[in-house]
Write a protein that binds this ligand. Structure first.
Ligand SMILES: [Zn+2]
Ligand SMILES: [Zn+2]
Length: 460
């Protein structure tokens, strides 16, 4: 299901791509001045990855995003989508199985066949007021005052609200797991708070709808010491405002080459936050793309469209190497540029040290990292700015200062759902409508009442 080592060749089409412990590897090479492995088959030197750190990060994040305290079977593993990924049958979701004497829905688990009952949601009116106050960008102290509750109760309500909305979203998202084709678009951005507290974040949208499936930040409550982000001067690739896309891309490749190694991404100096640590962007990236396997693995064919960034590239390849070899997955860079891609010839242009081949398109350019002349499903994007818009939405709906990491995940999850279900796109619909999850734009009260009905009934 999830990869346990990331210390593999990351070059396509090398036969060692994603292969663990190849006899053609020289582990722990320092030939290029950084700890790396050397793949003798293709000559590449992928930087060493701390596998233990990625595993710890993955464990923390999987519970935040895919744990199911409200809807899950109490007898077996409580993680959304895992059953689809491990057993593969399409019909293994839970089935309704009568009610308890108190009127609670009972379900029969499709995985272990045990019967369990769902929880009833209490304090619905308080949850609804909380959702409205959050959507109105009220501060924590204002919300606590308006709800006339103790801070402890506020944090409990916030966590409950996030769990309800997340469960509703994941129940809807299950339909994607039966897709013949899934295209995911992932880009990074910074979430900024007062006093130089800055998070490096990844947003992944379903590429045909702009629906945000997964949003991750690099602030961790339990950070392994050897993957703490050190906060050096920014090495984020520039977006040159030059009228040549070729020059802009060339500059980006040159900036990558100036790093100590190409996955060594820094995004500037950061102030510490009590009780939490920032992790290196590349470590977050490896964990993020492993989590996306929960969506990708059941699909017959999938594409990753990613930002032109080496710290993301390796993670996308390591999360799809088996499928790439089986011709069931492809990975592409996308790059937006105001000139469009007219400058690039129709048969493409090689750019940079790795001779990546870039092709022009209406929003800029794309580059097939796993190049094949033919693949079953063509590349298309509903909106090249999909993940950018999610980042902007999350940034616009954050408090000015970040005092603790405690409520951050709940806040982001609530905003993700408001964006997906209640936010009207330029096309006149919402991301959730584009995926067929709802037929109309939901207001906040609709969203919550549908979510509660779904959670109490175990299905949408
Ligand atoms: Zn290789
Ligand atoms: Zn079960």
């Amino acid at each position: 299901m999830f990869r346990t080592t990331f210390n593999c060749c990351k070059s396509y089409p090398c036969h060692n791509l994603g292969v663990e412990n190849s006899s053609e590897y020289q582990m722990e090479s320092n030939h290029l001045g950084y700890p790396a492995i050397h793949c003798r088959a293709c000559g590449s030197y992928p930087p060493l990855v701390d596998d233990v750190s990625v595993a710890l990060l993955l464990e923390e994040k999987i519970n935040i995003h895919f744990g199911q305290p409200l809807t899950g079977c109490t007898h077996c593993e409580n993680v959304f989508f895992i059953a689809y990924c491990t057993n593969k049958p399409a019909e293994n979701s839970a089935k309704r199985y009568g009610h308890t004497s108190a009127g609670q829905q009972r379900l029969k688990c499709g995985n272990c066949q045990n019967v369990y009952s769902l929880k009833s949601i209490k304090q619905v009116d308080k949850l609804e007021r909380l959702l409205h106050l959050i959507a109105d960008n009220k501060s924590t102290s204002e919300i606590i005052e308006q709800l006339a509750c103790a801070p402890k109760i506020y944090y409990q309500l916030l966590a409950k609200l996030a769990d309800i909305l997340r469960s509703y979203a994941r129940l809807n998202e299950q339909i994607l797991l039966r897709s013949n084709f899934l295209a995911l678009h992932t880009e990074s951005d910074l979430l900024r708070y007062a006093g130089d507290k800055t998070l490096w974040c990844l947003a992944t949208t379903e590429a045909q709808s702009g629906y945000c499936l997964l949003y991750n930040h690099n602030l961790l409550l339990t950070t392994p010491a050897n993957t703490v982000y050190e906060g050096k001067a920014s090495s984020i690739l520039p977006e040159p405002k030059v009228p040549s896309i070729l020059a802009a891309l060339t500059t980006r490749y040159q900036s990558t080459m100036r790093r100590p190694h190409f996955e060594s991404l820094h995004y500037g100096i950061n102030s510490p936050l009590r009780g939490a640590h920032y992790v290196k962007p590349s470590t977050l990236s490896y964990a993020h793309f492993q989590l996306l396997r929960l969506y990708c693995q059941p699909a017959k064919h999938f594409h990753h469209y990613i930002e032109h960034e080496s710290a993301i590239r390796g993670a996308a390849l390591m999360a799809s190497s088996e499928e790439i070899k089986a011709e069931q997955a492809e990975v592409f860079f996308v790059y937006r540029h105001f000139t469009g891609g007219k400058e690039l010839p129709s048969n493409g242009n090689n750019i940079g040290w790795w001779s990546d081949r870039w092709y022009g398109t209406h929003y800029g350019a794309y580059c097939p990292i796993t190049y094949r002349n033919k693949y079953p499903v063509p590349f298309s994007l509903f909106d090249a700015n999909g993940p950018k818009k999610v980042h902007q939405w999350i940034q616009d709906h954050q408090a000015a200062s970040l005092k603790s990491a405690k409520s951050l995940d709940a806040m982001i999850e609530i905003q993700r759902n408001i964006y997906n279900f209640c936010h009207l796109l330029k096309s006149g619909d919402t991301p959730a409508m584009r995926l067929g999850f709802t037929k109309q734009v939901l207001n906040l009260s609709d969203l919550l009442s549908r979510a509660i009905t779904a959670v109490q009934g175990g299905q949408v």
